[in-house]
Design a protein around this ligand. Structure first.
Ligand SMILES: [Zn+2]
Ligand SMILES: [Zn+2]
Length: 254
């Protein structure tokens, strides 16, 4: 196998917390490369071995097929000895690794929206569905490097099904730090200060409680990942006036 070469490739940009290492892993499988990928500082380091053609294809694909949330700024590659062994592996972030360039929270992606709408999916109707391509990032970070133990999700240990997704490089939730499901993740909860007509304190049905409150002329606060949204029926002059009174905003647009 004298035509096997080695390359050290450094990709810089927003390449952490965006599914970049699993992307590299899948690409390496496709092109028959061996070696490893690891996070380091603001970069991803790859030590890869394969034919000259495969390595060249790999470097172009790193830029052309990069995950949607990543932003590749530079790719440098230089020849080194091929890695030892065979297969391609993802190396965990070592102690002292610094992760910067955390991406903002990203709206639910089409694949996750399809799952939420699919009665057969285990995340059917689940408000906190997310994956490597979407979901919270910046607003859940408590420390660096970015991994689940340093986010507000650390209080929600993964169930077996979520852990299997988290650990499977083929899965689109591989190493997606905020992943959750109705079994292990946060749930919607309804609380009411002043009981509304027929308001039941039924946390299991928080969404319909909120809809009922809005329909009954109530004002609700929806606590999301990064803050609160105040909501009421904008076509109901009475409740809009009440909201203006409470917010001390008699005339400015809300
Ligand atoms: Zn998603
Ligand atoms: Zn779960």
């Amino acid at each position: 196998m004298s035509d096997i070469r080695g390359a050290e490739i450094i990709v810089r940009g927003i390449v952490q917390g965006v599914g970049f290492r699993p992307f590299v892993w899948r690409l390496a499988q496709r092109l028959g490369l061996f070696g490893e990928v690891r996070n380091a500082g603001d970069a991803v380091f790859i030590h890869a071995g394969g034919t000259r053609e495969a390595l060249a294809g790999f470097v172009s694909a790193l830029r052309e097929e990069a995950p949607v949330l990543s932003r590749v700024e530079t790719i440098t590659a230089h020849p080194v000895a091929p890695p030892e062994g065979d297969g391609f592996r993802i190396v965990e972030s070592g102690a002292g690794a610094v992760s910067i360039g955390i991406v903002p929270d990203i709206a639910t992606c089409p694949a996750c929206r399809a799952e939420i709408a699919d009665p057969a999916a285990r995340r059917f109707g689940y408000a906190f569905t997310n994956c490597t391509d979407c979901g919270p990032r910046f607003s859940i970070v408590r420390g660096l490097p970015y991994d689940r133990a340093r986010t507000t999700m650390q209080d929600f240990p993964l169930c077996d099904a979520c852990r299997a997704e988290y650990e499977d490089p083929q899965d689109r939730r591989f190493h997606a730090q905020p992943i959750a499901c109705p079994t292990c993740g946060p749930l919607l909860r309804w609380t009411s200060l002043a009981p509304l007509p027929d308001a039941k304190r039924d946390d299991a049905d928080a969404l319909s409680q909120a809809v009922a409150a809005l329909s009954a002329g109530g004002i609700i606060a929806v606590k999301g990942i990064g803050g609160f949204h105040i909501a009421c029926d904008a076509t109901d002059g009475t409740v809009v006036s009440e909201l203006r009174r409470r917010k001390h905003r008699p005339s400015k647009p809300l």
